[in-house]
Ligand binder design. Sequence first.
Ligand code: XMP
Length: 369
Amino acid sequence: MEQYVKETSQSLKTRVGTNPVLLLISGGVDSTVVAALLLKTLNSEQVHLMYIDTGLMRKNETSAVRSILEKLGAKNIHVVMAEDEFLSALKGKPEPEEKRRVIGDMFITVQEREVARLGLGSDYFLAQGSIRADFIESGLTTCSANGQPSHLEGTGKSNVLKSHHNIASPLVIAKREAGRVIEPLASLYKNEVRELGRFLGVDDELVNRHPFPGPGLAVRVLGEVTKEKCDILREADAIYIEELKTRRGPSGKTLYDEIWQAFAVLLPIRSVGVSGHAPSPVSGVSGSADSALSSAGSNTNSASNIERKYSRVLALRAITSADGMTANVYPFEIRDLLEISARITNSVKEIGRVTYDISNKPPATIEWE
Ligand code: XMP
């Protein structure tokens, strides 16, 4: 790792010189590790970190990102609040690939406008946190050991799995042709990116953070995205992740650390349920998982003043994986799922039903869209 940092830093310095470098920060591991690398290698005044709040971020993400970057020594942090623009552009667009395209284009529009506002000129370099898996999944390959973008080649695959906005967008392509894209993680797998982050002194909490897709909650709110749906998903997802961070798995580590990626997905359907004197399913879990199941079922059925209503359905996903290319469903203890489900439905009133996704990759992908 030391050798990798040494070589990458040297080639970065030579390529960039005294030009400004702009890095789009997503709040995830990859772009934060690139930020750490840039700040370690270059003059911090040269490094511009732009974080676009698309309205598709997780709960409290924007303030958390700002404080992480400040800790890394960033001087130029540009937070752009663009929720309205993104959500308006997504209106009436339920198709996953179209949503990705819209978000990618909007990123570029906002980025260009904000960069112009910053007055960085046309010679700035664009740094990105793309990792090896991003290129492979986008139908591209990199043959470079140090991940220089000029070494990227198309595989000729017409069947692009998912258009990752940070690779396929027109501005990135133009910048790439001008030799002004920096992707220092392009040859690394996720576990290597984490190792690099630790080596660079990035907080463990962030280094161990599960991957989060560039299009954010837009690919976890299935179908058309609205602020209301994002807010519901944000709340439910935050509860799920908080629970995973406080519960322990068989290895003694937290469930969060045993799992490679976990998140909630808001399904585009409503399902019938009952409200009224619902039991607290958590209290039913004091004995065995079996008793939790039967207690939750029978109390609900015997409750009086029950009203039928159609509520939203949430899916929980949790997988183990080495690199995201293949994945296995995490085998939760049923008690954990019951308690987490109960806490979600008790706290997020719009959600009436919680399911657990038990599909490996392949055949399913990790994200639902
Ligand atoms: P899939 O769903 O393809 O996901 O099995 C593999 C890994 O990639 C992430 N992912 C994305 N990341 N833009 C991204 O930056 C995307 O459009 C995108 N789609 C999936 C996913 O979260 C998982 O870690």
